[in-house]
Write a protein that binds this ligand. Structure first.
Ligand SMILES: Nc1ncnc2c1ncn2[C@@H]1O[C@H](COP(=O)(O)OP(=O)(O)O)[C@@H](O)[C@H]1O
Ligand SMILES: [Mg+2]
Length: 256
């Protein structure tokens, strides 16, 4: 079966620093795969290559078997890959609802003429967009904050809004870069539940996360990077018993 997303020998350097070296990854539809590794291991750089922010210097990215290497971020998004950022990126002055509407709009191709003329079709589409945006807010548990300015939300809620925005582009694959970072234990549990519900919607999820318990509970497969190099991959049980992984990373984790 053709994987939903596959990377073959993906590499990216910054000057002399090899941030991502020869990474092979495969994720099938409706699976959760986690990318773990110490700080600076190249996880975010890997995501930046997948989402078209960086062009890898070698290797290939295949989506449904089609080569999408070197596509721009909006092209990758149109093909069904959405992401959230390690550092939250919202429109801080806009309302929570508007943040989702903008994400939908960026995804949709709307003729400027139709926008100007405010045609009936445009008005109908706008109504549908609002209803859909509310549905996404409801899904992540933010509907009661719809009219709040997004910067006024607590940090954990802003992370949820980021996810609602990503979902609004109707992806098949969602890349989450440390979605539980900075969250308390209760918020972290709720994030695990949210990720599980996203999978139940039929999406595949690629997850970067430091909370080891979260990763071990939720992942079908794990890829471990160390200094940009993939040192192990497989089911959570196999990976956490791998001596190289324990030495490189997990040995540091007290809660593992
Ligand atoms: N834009 C950049 N320019 C130069 N070096 C970078 C850049 N982005 C990341 N790096 C470096 O690449 C390495 C991997 O970083 P990153 O992908 O952010 O790691 P991780 O997400 O695993 O913590 C680090 O050494 C980091 O300093
Ligand atoms: Mg990172």
């Amino acid at each position: 079966m053709t994987p939903l997303l596959e990377t073959r020998g993906l590499s990216k350097s910054f000057g002399g620093l090899k941030a991502v070296q020869n990474v092979d990854l495969r994720i099938d539809a409706n699976r959760i795969v986690s990318v773990i590794g110490p700080n600076g291991a190249g996880k975010t750089t890997f995501f930046n290559c997948l989402s078209g922010i960086y062009r890898p210097e070698s290797g290939a990215i295949l989506l449904d078997g089609h080569n999408i290497t070197g596509r721009k971020p909006h092209q990758v998004c149109r093909r069904g890959v959405a992401r959230t950022f390690q550092n939250i990126r919202l429109f801080p002055e806009m309302s929570v609802l508007e943040n989702v509407l903008v994400a939908q709009f960026q995804h949709r191709s709307m003729s400027p003429l139709r926008l100007l003329l405010h045609t009936r079709r445009f008005r109908e589409q706008e109504k549908t967009s609002r209803e859909e945006a509310y549905d996404f807010l409801e899904f992540v548990g933010l509907e009661k904050y719809a009219d709040r300015v997004s910067s006024s939300l607590a940090y954990g809620l802003q992370r949820r809004l980021e996810i609602a925005r990503a979902l609004a582009t109707k992806p098949r694959l969602l890349l989450l870069d440390e979605p539980a970072a900075g969250m308390n234990p209760q918020e972290t549990i709720e994030m695990v539940q949210l990720i599980s519900r996203i999978r139940e919607r039929g999406l595949a999820i690629l997850l970067i996360e430091h909370h080891m318990k979260l990763v071990m509970t939720i992942s079908d497969d794990i890829l471990v990077l160390d200094h940009g190099v993939p040192i192990a991959s497989g089911a959570p049980k196999e990976v956490c018993q791998n001596p190289q992984v324990i030495k490189a990373y997990l040995g540091e984790e007290s809660d593992f």
